[in-house]
Design a binder for this molecule. Structure first.
Ligand code: HEM
Length: 452
């Protein structure tokens, strides 16, 4: 498969000009999802010309994902953007350094360990939604953004954020996405665009927060790393006990890990929860089945209820199919590659288009419909590998996958027992979705709170 003797990848049929970089760049900036759907309508391998990154190879078949993420992964690497933005954090590093870090962090993200956080997750949801009153109009993206940060800090870092405070942490966390603002792409990375400056300020603030958190965790680290109950105490215990492999967890790495988890775990989960509510609000039949399930619990969900929340979890699974927060998995060719008969030159940006695969009628019946029940069939067994990839795939599959699924399922069930979030807009209009580094609900999108 490798070597560079393949054919030139086709340009998109849309727009109908000769694929001028300006037309592609403007089209993608205006409406990235619509642009892609039209650009990839005839081929699932197209070469989009963007100002800045140049030719960007858009790959939209599960076999492409399999190659880039698994069998041919040595021919691809993370782009410099990740290294510049997240230094030594798990999301950015490669090779032995990545293997060592992943090895020490993985046990903390196992489902059994995460269940210990279930109660805290529910408490965080209750604390926030108790402030809602019947008839309130809430900015759902803002609420779920705050909530996912509350949950991340309370569980992984053992630090409860103030509901009406800690603004500088909240703002800084939001700024982490700004490194990847598309309007910066046409300019070289050294140009301090306003978005890049916002990113730098956010990162600096979170480095300071991470330093404080680590200092307080270092006061009383558990003697045995396997007894650590959150990420901070695990990191510190590994360091203090000497159990971490050399170079895996020095001070800089610890800080980078904290910032990485905030970057990777915050916006993604927020989008998932927000769109699950949007999907429930615009699909009354699904909402009725969801309500029946959550109403059958004796009270707010507990760890013992998690296995009984099958319908709720399917709502989350279907939300991640239809509205994948990470709609592009980016890589860069580390060498000249031939894939599916086409050439990808060394250094070229290679984007796996998760949104396109998830809506491909070759794999999903009626792909535009929101149908959680499809996951109650043998669909998972029938789907080709990598046809469902909201968390990526291969060895670098999302380490926070179980964490996010648990968080979103418990958030839906906790809110859903008490409140109905009504969508006041047109249920048949386009969803309030915008695409930056991750997909997000349009800021300011309001839902109406109805007490049940
Ligand atoms: C619905 C929520 C989430 C989605 C959709 C999501 C999606 C993804 C995807 C697609 C990747 C692979 C990226 C690639 O291969 O380039 C990834 C990696 C990662 N995710 Fe998540 N994620 C979510 C939640 C979380 C949470 C809650 C955390 C941490 C608390 C987290 C931490 C990470 C980290 C550290 C990586 C890098 C793993 C590695 O390279 O070994 N994610 N995520």
């Amino acid at each position: 498969m490798s070597s560079g003797d393949g054919a030139a990848a086709p340009l998109p049929p849309y727009p109908s000009t000769l694929g001028h970089p300006l037309t592609h760049t403007v089209g993608a900036m205006r409406d990235v999802f619509g642009f892609r759907t039209r650009a990839m309508a005839e081929h699932d391998f197209v070469r989009v010309k963007l100002l800045g990154p140049g030719d960007v190879y858009h790959l939209g078949h599960p076999n492409h994902f399999e190659h880039v993420l698994l069998s041919g992964r040595d021919d691809f690497r993370k782009s410099d953007d990740f290294r510049i933005a997240f230094d030594g954090g798990l999301v950015a590093v490669e090779g032995d350094s990545w293997r060592r870090q992943r090895g020490v962090l993985q046990p903390l993200f196992a489902r059994d360990r995460l269940l210990d956080h279930a109660e805290e997750m529910v408490a965080q949801v209750e604390r926030r939604c108790r402030r809602w009153a019947d008839g309130d109009r809430i900015d759902l993206a803002a609420e779920t953004g705050q909530l996912s940060l509350d949950m991340l800090f309370a569980t992984l870092f053992g630090r409860e954020l103030a509901l009406d405070g800690d603004e500088s942490i909240r703002t800084a966390a939001d700024r982490l996405q700004d490194w990847f603002t598309p309007t910066s792409y046409p300019l070289p990375r050294w140009v301090p665009t306003p978005a890049r400056r916002r990113f730098e300020r956010g990162k600096e603030r979170l480095h300071a927060v991470a330093g404080d958190l680590l200092d307080s965790a270092a006061d009383d680290p558990p003697a045995d790393p396997s007894a650590a109950d959150d990420l901070l105490s695990l990191l510190v215990a590994l360091r203090e006990s000497g159990a971490a492999p050399e170079g895996a967890l020095d001070d800089d790495h610890l800080r980078d890990q904290v910032v990485t988890m905030i970057f990777a775990g915050h916006d993604t989960t927020s989008t998932a929860i927000a769109f699950a509510f949007y999907a429930l609000a615009t699909n009354p039949d699904v909402r009725a089945r969801f309500h029946a399930e959550v109403d059958s619990l004796d009270g707010p969900p507990t760890v013992d209820d998690v296995d009984a929340l099958g319908m709720t979890e399917r709502v989350v699974t279907e939300t991640l199919r239809k509205y994948p927060p990470v709609y592009t998995i980016p890589r860069e060719a580390a060498t000249d590659v031939t894939l599916d008969g086409y050439r990808i030159p060394e250094g070229a940006a290679t984007w796996l288009t998760v949104d396109q695969v998830h809506r491909d009628p070759r794999f999903y019946d009626d792909p535009d419909a929101f149908r959680p029940e499809r996951w109650a069939t043998d669909l998972r067994e029938r789907l080709p590998d990598f046809a469902y990839a909201p968390f990526g795939g291969g060895p670098r599959r999302c380490i926070g996958r179980q964490f996010a699924l648990l968080e979103a399922t418990l958030a839906l069930a906790t809110v859903g027992r008490e409140y109905d979030l009504r969508w006041p807009g047109d249920p048949d209009a386009d969803p309030p979705l915008v695409g930056a580094m991750t997909a997000r609900m349009k800021p300011g999108t309001e839902f109406v709170v109805e007490r049940r």
